[in-house]
Design a protein around this ligand. Structure first.
Ligand code: PBG
Length: 341
């Protein structure tokens, strides 16, 4: 049979013939400008603790941040998101609204070193509470105890007040964006009102709008030293089985004034990301979480997957599905890989 046997109406392979042809028809192009790089900050001096389950990632002390920020900015990455590991934890996570707390100090250090870098402050209490939940827990003896509610229930509205308070503290320190990640009802509206009232109308809110109760957060909880001491987070984070519910969550955050909408995790939730991108006219972010990063690294370490290929392919897929920005631990590596190619 000859190669010219069939009169096909179209042969799509024509446009895949050479690297430049493929470049001409490429629909999605990654750039360092797509990335936001997560940083874990801890107390101490001269600390660069490797995180075992996240190869290449570290917990850093504040004095390490100037150099880190300059490196990130130098790679063309526009922003970072900060997670703090406090000196002390207590039932209300008071360190989160201490103006001398770990994240406010980190924000000031980054802004001094690289003022143009956008600083996003993750706004949640799980790193700061001794029970590791994302807000105030209903416990007998506590000042917030409500006897009609179950023990162990995350108290919504008292948590909103603390989120408001901590957001203002982080804004005062210089955060450009506050990113509430606790899936507390009304968190975006409360934070927006708190920021506006305190004079921070220019500070944006990036909402973890559709955040699932995912097993892929495992390595992060080691990195941020924030596993819940009892139960899990399913009473506030979303059920991975639900797609339509994400649209309800996102719609509420849009109504409450979220400037940027986030879906998290990323790769296992591309359907949700695509829905959000199509239905809401706000910039959309996706969080490629710690477990997504760890999986690729673990397989690459075994020689089973190609690290660079799989990382860039995943990031491209996340962007193709609708992400305007990607929070990713691959940010620095990917920026370097993109510069090489
Ligand atoms: C805090 C928070 C978590 C992550 C981001 N913010 C952990 C959690 O919800 O348990 C996870 C990020 C990751 O896995 O990379 N609430």
């Amino acid at each position: 049979m000859s190669e010219q046997q069939y009169r096909l109406p179209l042969r799509p392979r024509r446009l895949r013939l050479s690297p430049n042809l493929r470049r001409m028809v490429r629909e999605t192009e990654l750039s360092p400008a797509d990335f936001i790089y997560p940083l874990f900050v801890r107390p101490g001096q001269g600390i660069r603790n490797p995180i075992g389950s996240m190869p290449g990632q570290h917990q850093l002390s504040v004095d390490q941040l100037a150099q880190e920020a300059e490196e990130i900015a130098g790679l063309g990455i526009p922003g970072v998101i900060l997670f703090g590991i406090p000196e002390e934890k207590d039932p209300c996570g008071t360190e989160n609204y201490n103006p001398q707390g770990i994240v406010p100090r980190a924000i000031r250090a980054i802004k001094a070193a690289a003022p143009e870098l956008v600083v996003v402050s993750d706004m949640c209490f799980c790193e700061y509470t001794d029970h590791g939940h994302c807000g105030i827990i209903n416990q007998p003896g506590d000042e917030h105890y409500v006897p009609t509610l179950p023990e162990g229930y995350l108290l919504n509205d008292p948590t909103l007040e603390l989120l408001q308070r901590a957001s203002v503290v982080h804004a005062e320190a210089g955060a450009d964006i506050i990113a509430p990640s606790g899936m507390i009802d009304g968190m975006v509206g409360a934070i927006r009102a708190g920021l506006d009232e305190a004079g921070f109308t220019h500070v944006a809110v990036m909402s973890y709008a559709a955040k699932y109760a995912s097993s892929f957060y495992g390595p992060f909880r080691e990195a941020a030293e924030s596993p819940p001491s009892f139960g899990d987070r399913s009473q506030y984070q979303m059920d991975p089985a639900n797609r339509r519910e994400a649209l309800k969550e996102v719609a509420l955050d849009v109504a409450e004034g979220a400037d940027i909408l986030m879906v998290k995790p990323a790769l296992p939730y591309l359907d949700v990301l695509s829905d959000v991108r199509q239905r809401f006219h706000r910039p959309t972010a996706a969080y490629q979480v710690s477990g997504e990063y760890a999986m690729i690294h673990a397989a690459a370490a075994q020689g089973w997957l190609d690290l660079r290929g799989c990382a860039l392919e995943s990031l491209t897929a996340i962007k193709r599905a609708g992400a305007d920005m990607i929070l990713t631990y691959f940010a620095k590596d990917a920026a370097r890989w993109l510069a090489e190619s």
